[in-house]
Structure formats: C-alpha cells, structure tokens
Design a binder for this molecule. Sequence first.
Ligand SMILES: [Zn+2]
Length: 236
Amino acid sequence: MPEVFHKLFNRLSGTWMTLRAKAHGAAMTAWRWCKALSASLGYYAAAAALLALLGTASHAYRLAPEERTEGGGGAPMAAVALQQPEPTPSATPEPARWVWPLEGEILGEYAEKEPVWSATLMQWQTHAALDIAGSPGEAVVACADGTVKDAWSDRLWGNTIAIEHADGWQSVYAGLNTLRLVTPGDEVSAGQVISSVGNSSACESEMAWHLHFEVTQEGEPVDFRILVEAQERATD
Ligand SMILES: [Zn+2]
C-alpha cells in the first residue's frame, strides 16, 4: 500500500530531522558554553573543560556496547557492530623455568674451552657439563618442562637421558642409576623425578657418585649456572 510507505517515510524523516535539530542544538549549546567559560576563566580552563567533556563522552562510548548487550539474546545489530574486538593476548611463550636436577657440590667444573684433567681417562679434556655430587639413589629431576627425547645405556656415559625443552634447549643427564622411570616421548615437568644418582658412567667412574649434567641450546653447550643466575636476577 503506497500510503503506508508514504506515512512511514514521513515519520522516519520527521524523526531524523528532530534528532538532527537536537544534535545541532546540543553542539551549539556546548560551543556557547565553551565561549562563555573561555571569556570568564580564560582559554586554558576552557580547553581543559572541553577535554574533560570529550573524555567523559569517549568513556561513555566505550562502556556503551557492553551495557547494551547485557540483556542477552536480543542484542540489536547496531550494538553488535559497535562492539570492539577483545584484544587477543600476545602469544609470547613463557620463558623456561630452570630448576637444579640435583642439589649438591659441583665436583666437575664446566670447562667448554679449557681442558680439565680426567682422572678416569688419565687425560686432559674439555667438559661442557657440570658434575653434581649426590648420594647413591638420590632423586634426579628434570631441569625444566620438556619431552624425553631419548633414554639409553651409553658405552662411555652409562645410563643417559636426554630431554628436549622449548626454544631449542636440551638437557642431558648421564651416569644415572636407572632408565626405568621415563621413556622417550614422555612429557615431563620441571622438578619431576626422571631417575636417581648412579655410578654407571665408565668415563667418570673414578669420581665420587654424581650426576653428569649437560645443557645445550641449538646444540651449543651452556653453563647451567648462568641460566639459573639470570633467572634469579629476573625474579628479584
Ligand atoms: Zn662430567
């Protein structure tokens, strides 16, 4: 029916005119108010007042979409379109949390470049690892979250476990008592018991009972103490 559409159009345009007139009136009032304020308080006070007004308006705008959807279910399309997307949390991975695999005296120093004397092999050699003293059967734990890459009985190093961690890090535990507590593919967390102190390493058998412990990143050996010290500094 043409009359119906005509009436509807008239009504809508009437509403639009009224809204426009109101908006114009509000803007003019604000402008007059600013001018009056400027005259009585000076330019800076008026600018500050205007900024405060804008701040309130933008705050109201930000709050508006949430308030409008509180009813649930029947949210109008306009309100849905106004909703700002939630900022997605950045996908920065958590830095590795390092824990000592065994607490004890360092019997064998980390010597990546300077050779150290091996009493077992009767020769000078590099030692890109730490030998940590422990008592027979004392628990050895994973130094960080990771996945068991391999667990094998090495001809030189005895019972050995390798664990892969995030960001290319790997830890190796040698001379262990047992390989029965973990299998390759197991997910382990920092501090989880993976074995116990043994004396199965042929090449360090002359030393007291200890854990031979290596850490590498992308294949490059790293002194574990540097990692722990950096972590302690970061948490201080
Ligand atoms: Zn060693």
